[in-house]
Write a protein that binds this ligand. Structure first.
Ligand code: ADP
Ligand code: MG
Length: 321
């Protein structure tokens, strides 16, 4: 049985890229990181637990991708540039084939996004993957949840609801011969919207990433900013797999889905064209779905202005049976 150190050396340790912000990587007590002058650290951590966030027996390559992707999505939502990441891993056994695939998935995305793995911890236990990301951003440019103002437009990137469709099929709640490919890709290999987050610096007034369902997550911006919102449900972009489903399901999954990892953000109406330009630069479509209002609460209507009722509660781990 290989030791913890052998496993790390074999699957995770890589030479520290020269000339970057990482002065010392894996192998010492602490990694050393030098954020660019004048910038502050943006730090976030997210845990993936077997049976809760992914199905037992899940493919290790996509798990490696997703464990990092959901964390990078938080950096994207802050408008931060990635600096480095850490991986805390509990494994039931030292399964080398599993580890090789897992690290391949994680490190492939790390390379794509220019974020070196600079440390972590490895222990035996029920499968649990915890990634911490460190990024940097000029303090005044950080996208936060508390900056939305009455009159701002509300935007969302990409398309929503396909990951929820995949989860419903995989968990047997929805009958289907197979999970449609775009829905499977969305659930297993979300792409963090880092370029869009960076392009929205100085343009968006507030932002977050949609991980637990659009309406519930937007509710966090509303609460932190002390405002309300009016949303046109028919303006919310629907994922390509979900688009083949009945209209009611499209709405439900796009508004209250989960695992979307798109950005929801607000911007003053006179920044409308700047938002569209930022989205073009980032190569990600964006849709304007509503407006911030002074009166607290979330009002939902359809394209004809007819009010809709909706369970605005997003996916809540503690509210689940
Ligand atoms: P310590 O006991 O001092 O915390 P460890 O023995 O846990 O050190 O880890 C040794 C080195 O390997 C450290 O630099 C740590 O950051 C790194 N490391 C441990 N596990 C992982 C992992 N899963 N991925 C990346 N680096 C890791
Ligand atoms: Mg340790």
């Amino acid at each position: 049985m290989p030791s913890e150190f052998e496993l790390i050396a074999r699957h995770f340790a890589r030479p520290t890229p020269a000339g970057g912000p990482v002065l010392l990587g894996i192998g010492d007590d602490c990694a050393l990181l030098a954020p660019p002058a004048g910038e502050v650290l943006a730090v976030s951590t997210d845990m993936l637990v077997e049976g809760r966030h992914f199905f037992p027996g899940a493919d290790p390559f996509t798990l490696g991708h997703k464990a990092l992707a959901v964390n990078l999505s938080d950096l994207a939502a802050t408008g931060a540039r990635p600096l480095g990441c850490l991986l805390a891993l509990a494994l039931p056994a030292a399964d080398e084939a599993w580890l090789a695939e897992f690290s391949r998935g994680l490190l492939a995305l790390a390379d794509d996004c220019g974020i070196p793995l600079i440390g972590g911890d490895t222990t035996r236990g029920p499968l649990n993957l915890c990634v911490t990301v460190l990024g940097s951003v000029p303090p005044a440019a950080a996208l936060r949840r508390d900056g939305a103002r009455a009159g701002d437009e509300i935007w969302v990137s990409g398309e929503l609801g396909d990951a929820r469709l995949a989860v419903e099929i995989l968990s047997g709640k929805l009958a289907a011969p197979a999970v449609p490919a775009p829905a499977a890709a969305r659930l297993h290999q979300p792409m963090p919207r880092l370029a869009l987050g960076l392009a929205l610096r100085g343009i968006a007034s507030a932002a977050l990433d949609v991980s637990d369902g659009l309406l519930g997550d937007l509710g966090h911006i509303l609460a932190r900013s002390g405002v309300g919102a009016v949303i046109n449900a028919d303006a919310v972009p629907i994922g390509p797999a979900l688009a083949a489903e009945p209209r009611q399901r499209q709405r439900a999954f796009a508004l209250n889905g989960g695992d979307d990892y798109e950005l929801c953000f607000t911007a003053a109406p006179d920044r409308h064209d700047a938002v569209l330009q930022a989205a073009r630069e980032a190569g990600v479509p964006v849709s304007c779905i509503g407006r911030i209002v002074a009166e607290p609460g979330l009002q939902l209507h359809d394209r004809d202005g007819q009010p809709l009722t909706s369970d605005s509660r997003s996916f809540d781990h503690f509210a689940e049976p």
